[in-house]
Design a protein around this ligand. Structure first.
Ligand SMILES: Nc1ncnc2c1ncn2[C@@H]1O[C@H](COP(=O)(O)OP(=O)(O)O)[C@@H](O)[C@H]1O
Ligand SMILES: [Mg+2]
Length: 267
């Protein structure tokens, strides 16, 4: 028997996969979505920063999935899995081009494709560049050139840069000022607030079929202080709690179980 069966769960409620329509509507998520709505109106460059595991990729995935394909062309890239050239080529391909080999040619090609999508077909390309903190400085400089249209007088695109908070320090450097100045919307994700951790856990348990409060208030307080509300850390800790509590055939997860689970995760 697995812990899922013991608690009457259809699957592990705290696994990293989650459908976009089942996300917990945290304050963070709502604030980010309002910034993205604004960006959708003015277009140009947006920045999403935050600690690993705070929910950036999850939120952006939903944003992209919900765009109306009649008006937007979403293109999502993670810099951790592609090289710079692969990114430019992938972008050209996603925009419907047969990618050229040389960077300069590729740049013209990408700009041409963005321009014709927007000006001829009235479709705004929405390019999400995840894990941007991994990009080297050359890429940040490139982006400014690549997304410069009609001497910067127009924005026929939406470019969303997303990455760990360190990206803000890098953008603060003099060489990156031109790029930073072009950022029209930004948001730093903070993770869950202390009072949201309980609702977050309930919402994930409900998605998996359990409509019972199994974490005690003291347990939730403990979970917040250990994870600082970062959903990925909450997920790992909560899963370990379920496993520990199941081992002891406990229906409720109290502060003691959380403590034990933390010990287990640390070793
Ligand atoms: N709003 C949310 N509702 C439910 N689960 C979430 C939410 N935000 C994040 N998560 C969970 O937290 C995990 C980590 O989030 P992720 O978006 O990968 O963080 P980041 O990209 O900032 O490192 C996700 O796999 C998901 O399971
Ligand atoms: Mg991510």
């Amino acid at each position: 028997m697995m812990f899922t069966q013991f608690y009457g769960l259809k699957f592990n409620p705290f696994s990293k996969e989650i459908d976009s329509d089942q996300l917990y509507a945290s304050q963070d998520l709502k604030e980010l979505e309002s910034r993205l709505k604004y960006l959708q109106q003015v277009r140009g460059i947006g920045l999403v920063a935050g600690e690993p595991g705070c929910g950036k990729t999850t939120a952006l995935r939903r944003y992209v999935e919900e765009l109306n394909p009649a008006h937007y062309k979403p293109c999502y890239f993670t810099l951790s899995t592609v090289t710079v050239l692969e990114f430019y080529q992938g972008l050209a391909l996603a925009l419907g081009e047969q990618p050229k080999n040389k960077k300069v040619a590729l740049f013209h090609q990408i700009q041409g494709a963005i321009g014709s999508l927007y000006y001829e077909r009235r479709i705004t390309p929405v390019i999400v560049l995840d894990e941007i903190h991994l990009a080297d400085s050359k890429v940040l400089e490139d982006l400014r050139l690549l997304f410069n249209f009609k001497m910067d007088s127009q924005n026929p695109f939406i470019l969303i840069l997303s990455g760990q908070s360190s990206i803000r320090n890098r953008l603060a450097l003099n060489v990156n000022h031109p790029l930073r100045q072009r950022i029209t919307a930004k948001y730093s994700m903070q993770g869950l607030k202390p009072e949201e951790v309980g609702d977050y856990c309930s919402s994930r348990l409900k998605n998996a079929g359990l409509h019972e409060e199994i974490f005690t208030p003291a347990a939730l307080e403990n979970i917040y202080s250990i994870t600082h509300g970062l959903p990925r850390l909450v997920n790992n800790l909560a899963t370990t709690c379920l496993i520990c509590a199941y081992g002891k055939k406990l229906r409720q997860i109290d502060a003691e179980v959380v403590y034990q689970a933390q010990q287990e995760l640390e070793t």
